[in-house]
Design a protein around this ligand. Structure first.
Ligand SMILES: [Zn+2]
Length: 503
């Protein structure tokens, strides 16, 4: 291919704050009644005055700090003048030449840094609703005035895949900072892709096309790859690219023209006269920096070190943050349980053989959670990151892990017990007792079952005698079934071998 794409992103994120950006109305994305969270200020009535929401400013600065952006010492708001029915004031309060944060970078998976142009703060518009089959449009101002962060990247991206990586990493950071849930389907995060194609190595950029109204990370990636292909093919045929805004049609897997641009809009920006400019001292910024929570990259490192988990496990516990938090509670229960065991045994010092006990329990619990939780949660209509209301408490789960570790339960019965806890919320020891599921190493009990199976299966016994050693597996399975999974399979197989050699 003789052409290469130049891609930049504009990402809008609704910040999770108690109130709106410039008034005291609640910022509640779940409000079902239209035009409920509104007041004269966010409705743009004459004579009202806006005030700055400190929580929103701080949340945006935190994002800036994490992305190595430079926090401005002096910043201000500006009016961006345009008319639109969902913009009651006839202008939007935004930031023009002095954004809160300038520059910065985000490292994407697999290496590579995407540089940022700026991050600024503005307010969201209302929402227009077009009821089907009706000739009118409705407007809901609940969203008007919600704090909106706009992040602009430099044109550093090269493909849909890179957009996907960038968007996912950003989403994760926003969630860890508790700045936004950044759910694209709910419009909490909106990606606009600016893309142009030029001859490889050429200095001059090609004609810019914007892709808007994308409602998932996947769609952003697919729309971008589609555009790269569409524009390249046009150029190869000697055709011209039109400067325009395009949307993404999920059903057709294609972008479509929404409107062509006639020159850039003149927004006649001027400093917002009703709001004071903002100044930030080094101390204030430093205080914010010190208050930053643990971030995804730091958690990955810590989980590897503290719990000895594999890269793949750490990845899951980082992306699904609540799932990772749950694992941490289980791990701390397991640490406590190992300590209790040591104390019960009267050890002054932990004997070398048991020093690795917590690490083994940590690994067991991680494996078990990752393989067994998703199907269990699916059955209850939940996903691994939504653990509210789950009946398996970290205490119960840790207790179950200890039982498995000490071989008090067969693996089949352990799964049964876990399912039972998920349904009833009972403790594992209670379930094991009530259902009589505990694994037994009682030689006499297992011996009686083994005798019965040997008598019932003369053919298999004969085969074994003739040298078909693998028959032992079949016989072991039979004994396991007879004891309803309670027998310790190693003891069963040992006992059977003994019995058959005496036969
Ligand atoms: Zn208001």
């Amino acid at each position: 291919m003789n052409y290469e794409p130049t891609i930049g992103l504009e990402i809008h994120v609704e910040l999770k704050t108690k109130t709106k950006m410039f008034c005291d109305c609640l910022n509640d994305p779940d409000e079902k009644h239209p035009n409920f969270n509104v007041c004269p200020t966010c409705m743009g009535h004459p004579g009202t005055l806006p005030t700055i929401n400190k929580e929103a400013v701080e949340k945006l600065l935190k994002v800036g700090l994490v992305l190595n952006s430079k926090v401005a010492e002096f910043s201000k708001f500006d009016r961006k003048n345009y008319f639109y029915p969902d913009l009651p004031k006839g202008y939007q309060i935004s930031q023009y030449d002095l954004p809160l944060c300038g520059g910065g970078e985000l490292e994407i998976e697999g290496g590579g840094k995407i540089n940022l142009e700026r991050i600024h703060l503005e307010e969201d518009t209302g929402r227009l609703l077009h009821p089907e089959g009706e000739k009118y449009t409705l407007v809901d101002f609940n969203r008007a005035g919600i704090p909106l962060m706009e992040l602009v990247t430099r044109p550093d991206l090269k493909s849909g895949k890179e957009i996907e990586k960038f968007a996912k990493e950003l989403q994760l950071i926003l969630r860890y900072l508790d700045v936004s849930d950044a759910d694209m389907e709910k419009g909490q995060m909106r990606i606009e892709v600016n893309i142009s194609i030029k001859k490889k190595g050429a200095k001059e950029l090609g004609t810019k096309v914007e892709i808007k109204n994308i409602n998932s990370v996947k769609a952003a990636s697919a729309a971008t790859d589609f555009e790269i292909k569409r524009q390249t093919e046009k150029l190869e045929k000697g055709e011209k690219i039109i400067q325009e805004t395009r949307g993404w049609d999920e059903n057709k897997d294609a972008t479509f023209s929404q409107r062509t641009k006639e020159g850039s809009a003149d927004y006649r920006y001027f400093p917002e006269p009703d709001l004071p400019p903002m100044k930030f001292s080094k101390d204030e910024v430093e205080e914010l920096r010190l208050g930053l929570p643990e971030l995804p990259a730091q958690r990955k490192e810590r989980f590897k070190k503290q719990y000895g988990l594999t890269n793949a496990q750490v990845e899951i516990f980082t992306i699904a943050k609540n799932f990772g938090d749950y694992y941490e509670s289980v791990a701390s229960e397991l640490d406590a349980a190992s300590m209790v065991t040591h104390l019960q045994k009267g050890y002054k010092d932990i004997p070398p053989a048991e020093k690795h006990l917590p690490a083994k329990l940590h690994a067991l619990a991680a494996n078990y959670m990752i393989t067994e939780f998703p199907p269990l949660l699916n059955m209850q209509g939940m996903e691994i990151n939504e653990l509210e209301g789950i009946k398996i408490t970290p205490e119960s789960f840790a207790e179950l892990m200890v039982m498995i570790f000490h071989e008090e339960l067969s693996s089949t019965n352990a799964k049964l017990v876990l399912k039972e806890i998920a349904e009833t919320g009972l403790h594992p020891s209670q379930i094991v007792k009530e259902k009589n599921l505990g694994q037994t190493s009682d030689i006499e009990e297992i011996g009686r079952a083994a005798d019965e199976i040997v008598t019932k299966n003369p053919k298999a016994v004969e085969d074994y005698k003739k040298g078909k050693v693998e028959t032992i597996k079949f016989l072991t399975g039979q004994v396991m079934a007879l004891t309803r999974g309670k027998a310790n399979p190693q003891i069963v197989s040992q006992l059977l071998k003994q019995k058959l050699s005496d036969f």
